[in-house]
Design a protein around this ligand. Structure first.
Ligand code: IVH
Length: 674
């Protein structure tokens, strides 16, 4: 192999390992991107020299046409379950009897039971060869194309000399965060929503097209080995786990080694049950294993499971019950959320009688009606949710969104193109009032430092603060008379209100809490129109000209500013002295993208990179060389590589050339002509 190329491959593989396995990157993104680009350039020029251990070989495989069956030379077993500490202890008592040992003399190794799917990954002479699902334990399916895309699966083992043959077995799973991200995107695109991270992981591993897996947040953690032909010999299971970690795999966190005393199992279970919520991935129990491999071999197997390991399952978190009714709760932003009233049912250690239904689309998706038997799912302290209809009720009736807000009586409307229904009461609606004020006063908005959440809630309940304009009528006596407050704290509050009056137009606009108008959007609108008067006077079409303002946001802005009540509030606030530096109105040269950072990647087909860069800069954007969390948008052309992956991992907006052109084409023409 060309030495410079070999070094580059090794370097990027090492950086991937640091980033995806050790969670400890050692180089800035820019260096990584540069090295990856060099690698791709070299491989494009020398396609015949491409090595299978190159990091470029993770992605880019063609979709498979059919699943190929793979036989497991060493059978992939399942685990027996235990549902209490007594059962767990009894399992090892029995094993100890068979070994003629005392149970307390057994070295036990405990591992979190990861809730995903089992796969076996084969390495020949240290290089990824293929990966297969468990299937029925004897024959699985080849899923190499998807497993190879998982960055925590090494392509080349970090050991020299490598074992001739190594089969690493473990669990592929999706993190809780990756699952949420996937489902949020699915809901937006009207595509399949997964019930839980396990289904999402399994569904992803079974995809024909590896591009899908590459985009999703799959991870792999090993829990053992199958076929093995190598120099290193092992006496303990825990040695194997450490060895796998040393040669490039992630290690299951919170593993523990202890002797087989009842109190140790008890203590370990309590700790794990407590930790469960905080882990980044779902676990559905704990696996206890006898650590000494020789004892494992002596015990062997019964039916499909080993006699040396058992899975202590956490109590079921799903149960079925009947949907008695649905109420609608008005949230802090005016969204009406349907809440299921259920026949009380005991699940995961508590009695559940309410569950969230998210929104009307979800009800439609579940084809749910009042009177149905439903499956509910409880995950820790999170509000239980309805996951499916188990059986249709004999007497059932449809769930309907109320026409009027149950809190303030204003009409309820659905924003076109969205699943949420909202109370149109805005600042009038009590359900939204305190939160609106809290948002307005918060650090990122008006930054009224001494007006905290609790104080706002008390003043709101008392009727002193009914809306954001009332902040400017507050008197020291309103605050000093409250429990726990005094003259001094009252003056501090008034001082911070005074200081907060000097702000920026964008900040003020964001503080108003208009739906869909966040910090960035407000900044864009302010930069575009320059004055509050101009924003108030802007038409729907005018607003659409602002970057990143789509029809939904534009409509919310128009609705907000035409409302007489809101107009009154704004007048009062301005009269109270809230101000910002004036910017000269300059409609000729709108700096649509000022303050934004863009990154270009891949090959553009209809313009050169220089053209795209010049256009973006003429609109006020900065064009940077690498993606970071400060990037606003990535324009990705054909064959975009690591920058695209990075942007997706960070949740940065990515647009293709066609979208870029529809957004900016008219400007591009003006730009080129002029
Ligand atoms: S050991 C012969 N360890 O649980 C024993 N399994 O219910 C092989 N699992 O098929 C399994 N985490 O997919 C083992 N730390 C862990 C595990 C684990 C999750 C899965 C595995 C297995 C299933 C059995």
């Amino acid at each position: 192999m060309n030495p410079a190329y070999a070094e580059l491959v090794a370097k990027i593989n090492r950086w991937d390992h640091e980033y995806y396995v050790l969670d400890n990157p050692s180089v800035p993104d820019a260096d990584y991107d540069l090295a990856f680009r060099k690698l791709l350039e070299f491989e494009a020029e020398n396609p015949r020299l491409i090595t299978p251990e190159s990091p470029s070989q993770r992605v880019g495989a063609k979709p498979i046409e059919d699943y190929v069956k793979v036989e497991h030379k060493v059978r992939m077993l399942s685990l027996a379950n235990a549902f209490s500490i007594e059962e767990t202890y009894a399992f090892f008592e029995k094993a100890a009897r068979e070994l003629d040992l005392d149970v307390s003399a057994l070295a036990i190794f405990s591992e979190p039971k990861l809730d995903g799917l089992a796969v076996a990954i084969h390495y020949d002479d240290g290089i990824f060869s293929y990966a297969a699902t468990r299937g029925d334990g004897q024959v699985g399916e080849d899923v190499s194309h998807n497993i190879k895309t998982i960055k925590s699966v090494p392509i080349k083992l970090a050991i020299d000399p490598p074992p001739k043959k190594l089969e690493v077995r473990g669990e592929v799973f999706m993190t809780k965060a990756g699952f949420e991200k996937l489902n949020q995107a699915a809901q937006k695109n009207d595509s399949k929503v997964f019930v839980n991270p396990r289904n999402a992981a399994a569904g992803t591993v079974r995809q024909m097209d590896p591009k899908i897996a590459a985009e999703r947040d799959l991870q792999f953690i090993p829990y053992g080995i199958g076929e093995y032909d190598g120099e290193r010999q092992f006496t303990l299971h825990s040695e194997i786990i450490d060895y796998l970690n040393d040669i490039g795999f992630r290690k299951n966190v919170n593993c523990q080694a202890f002797s087989g005393d009842f109190k140790h199992f008890e203590c370990n279970y309590q700790v794990m049950e407590h930790l469960r919520e905080q882990l980044p991935m779902e676990i559905d129990g704990i696996v206890y294993k006898i650590d000494v491999l020789e004892l494992q071999n002596t015990l062997g197997f019964i039916a499909r499971s080993p006699k040396w390991a058992v899975a202590r399952k956490f109590p079921a978190q799903n149960a079925s019950t009947r949907l008695l009714d649905v109420d609608f709760q008005v949230g802090r932003t005016g969204v009406l959320t349907p809440v299921a009233r259920l026949e009380p049912v005991f699940v995961g250690g508590v009695t559940v009688s309410n569950a969230t239904l998210h929104n009307m689309d979800e009800i439609e998706r579940l084809a749910l009606e009042i009177g149905d038997s439903v499956e509910i799912q409880r995950a820790g302290d999170v509000i239980p949710k309805v996951v499916r209809v188990v059986e249709r009720g004999n007497e059932r009736h449809a769930i309907e969104m109320p026409e009027y807000c149950p809190v303030c009586g204003s009409s309820v409307e659905r924003t076109p193109g969205q699943s949420a229904f909202r109370c149109t009461g805005g600042l009038i609606c009590a359900a939204q009032g305190a939160e609106r004020i809290r948002h307005y006063a918060s650090r990122k908005c008006m930054n009224i430092t001494n007006l905290g959440t609790r104080l706002i809630e008390v003043l709101y309940e008392r009727g002193t603060l009914k809306n954001i304009a009332d902040i400017y009528d507050l008197k020291a006596s309103d605050i000093a008379s409250l429990e726990g407050q005094g003259e001094k704290s009252a003056l501090n509050v008034l001082d911070s209100i005074e200081i907060s009056k000097s702000t920026k137009l964008g900040t003020f606009l964001a503080a108003l809490g208009i739906h869909e108008v966040g910090e960035e959007g407000a900044k864009n609108v302010a930069n575009y129109f320059k004055t509050l008067d101009a924003i108030q006077a802007a038409s729907f079409d005018d607003l659409l000209k602002v970057p990143d303002v789509g029809p939904v946001t534009a409509q919310h802005l128009v609705d907000f500013f035409k409302d007489a009540y809101n107009k009154g509030i704004l007048e009062k606030i301005i009269a109270a002295g809230v101000n910002w530096p004036e910017q000269p109105a300059n409609p000729e040269q709108p700096q649509m993208l000022s303050g934004q950072t863009w990154v270009l990647t891949g090959t553009l087909e209809r313009m050169t990179r220089q053209e795209a860069k010049a256009l973006l800069e003429s609109l006020g954007a900065k064009v940077a060389g690498s993606v970071s969390k400060n990037t606003d948008c990535v324009l990705a052309g054909v064959d975009a590589g690591s920058k695209l992956a990075k942007a997706e991992a960070l949740g940065v907006e990515v647009i293709d050339e066609a979208t870029f052109l529809t957004r900016f084409n008219p400007l591009l023409e003006t730009h080129q002509d002029g």
